[in-house]
Design a protein around this ligand. Structure first.
Ligand code: NIG
Ligand code: FE
Length: 417
């Protein structure tokens, strides 16, 4: 049995993220994992493990005192898209709002056009580059949404790109169908017709694909009403797709209340969430996914994450990487905003991108913290202790990354002139 074991030794601090609160750090630790299954066998003080295991049979790698954390998780991205929308960033700097840009045919519709025109290979190539960028920052699992097709063929193209990337790239991709992202231009005057097509034709075809796990709806001003969102998400539940909601971002609509009512796994954005919405999410166990880079980029007020954390909700954080409202996959920026603007503690911010992010994608039994039986997905830091992840503002502190126990990334070196 022991010939299959590998270990990381001389870990300065092992940040396990276990337990209900805090980080549960073990100093001078080692972590033993099974090479074949990629799962953690045991972890703890190195001294203790050395007494229990025969290390002459274990391939051990020296971490040279570095901190080791669970691989980070991004539970909300739109990372497969065609084209870019740099002009919108500049329009916003001149004072135009996200909604005004959307109303003049820019925004999501513009990416829908570009994604329809993009080839599979082009979407795959750019998706691969974005996953590489995540991986270099210690991210080992992301959620990815469709929603730039708004017609079955292109929605399926996006989902197929994600499937191939998930099979071939070290980063795991959890798939969400977001066919209700906007009402596509061609149905502007017959929105009910699009919703019927979505429910009757698109959902059955999408749900047939085993790897699609969630259905999401953009429930907000100018997009889907609460009633429409409920209808779509309940129909998706009948096909076995769990619910997520983009809610209460632009205006208060009761997205959080709807998430609680229908048993959604998560409610996301929540800039304008009501007190009642927070209470109902707490009661129903809905995970709030907060996207502070989007609020920063749109120059909006931040979601009341501190209030949610104070009420005991397990707040998760995500980048929301997309070509419009938030063209950023930066974890250092995410953690800086979480602590400096959302007023989460460093411990809460780290839990928000590990165990709470795992809960937001229904993966908390497999990833998000370090304990026996979970995947050996690990982020190793190039810093004296874990606090540098936040303290070194806007800079990537990750040294190397392990996926299911396999080293998949190591920090590059510059060459001498
Ligand atoms: O989460 N809010 C809706 N959807 C995305 C934006 C997508 C886009 O602008 O292309 C978001 O911010
Ligand atoms: Fe989003």
């Amino acid at each position: 049995m022991s010939e299959k074991l590998s270990a990381l030794v001389n870990i300065g601090e092992l940040v396990t993220c276990e337990g209900e609160k805090g980080l549960n750090i073990i100093k001078e630790a080692a972590l033993i994992f099974n090479k074949e299954s990629g799962r953690i066998t045991e972890l703890g003080k190195e001294e203790t493990l050395r007494k229990k295991y025969d290390f002459s049979d274990i391939t051990a790698e020296d971490m040279e005192g570095r901190p080791v954390l669970p691989g980070f998780i991004d539970p909300h991205t739109h990372f497969v898209f065609g084209g870019y929308r740099a002009e919108e960033y500049f329009w916003r700097l001149q004072g135009m709002s996200y909604l005004e840009i959307m109303e003049k045919g820019g925004g999501i519709s513009s990416t829908v056009r570009a994604t329809r025109e993009s080839s599979f290979e082009d979407l795959y190539r750019r998706g691969w580059q974005r996953l590489d960028s995540f991986l270099a920052q210690g991210v080992t699992t992301i959620e990815g949404k469709s929603g730039y097709g708004m017609e079955l063929e292109t929605e399926l193209k996006q989902l197929e790109v994600m499937k191939k990337l998930a099979q071939e790239h070290p980063v795991d991709v959890v798939q969400t169908f977001l066919g209700a992202h906007i009402i596509p231009g061609e149905y502007q005057d017959s929105r009910q017709k699009y919703i019927d097509i979505l429910i009757d034709r698109m959902l059955p075809a999408v749900a047939e694909r085993d790897e699609v796990e969630f259905c999401d709806v953009f429930c907000d001003k100018g997009v889907y009403t609460v009633e429409e969102s409920e209808k779509i998400l309940l129909a998706a539940q009948k096909f076995g797709l769990k619910s997520k909601i983009h809610g209460d971002e632009i205006e208060y609509m009761g997205g959080a209340e709807l998430a609680a009512k229908i048993g959604a796994v998560s409610a996301e954005h929540l800039l304008k969430v009501s007190d009642q919405g927070i209470t109902e999410m707490e009661k129903a166990g809905v995970i709030p996914v907060i996207l502070p880079i989007t609020a920063f980029s749109l120059q909006e007020n931040y979601a009341p994450a501190r209030k949610m954390a104070d009420r005991g909700l397990p707040v998760a954080l995500a980048t929301d990487l997309n070509p419009g409202s938030c063209y950023s996959e930066s974890f250092p920026l995410l953690l800086a905003l979480a602590t400096l603007k959302l007023n989460l503690t460093p411990e809460e911010a780290i839990r928000a991108v590990t165990i709470n992010a795992a809960r937001a994608i229904d993966r908390e039994k497999k990833i998000g913290s370090l304990k026996a039986g979970k995947k050996a997905d690990l982020a190793v830091l190039d810093a004296p202790d874990y606090r540098h992840l936040i303290y070194h503002i806007g800079v990537n502190s990750v040294h190397s990354v392990y996926k299911s126990g396999k080293k998949v990334k190591e920090k590059g070196k510059s060459l001498k002139l």
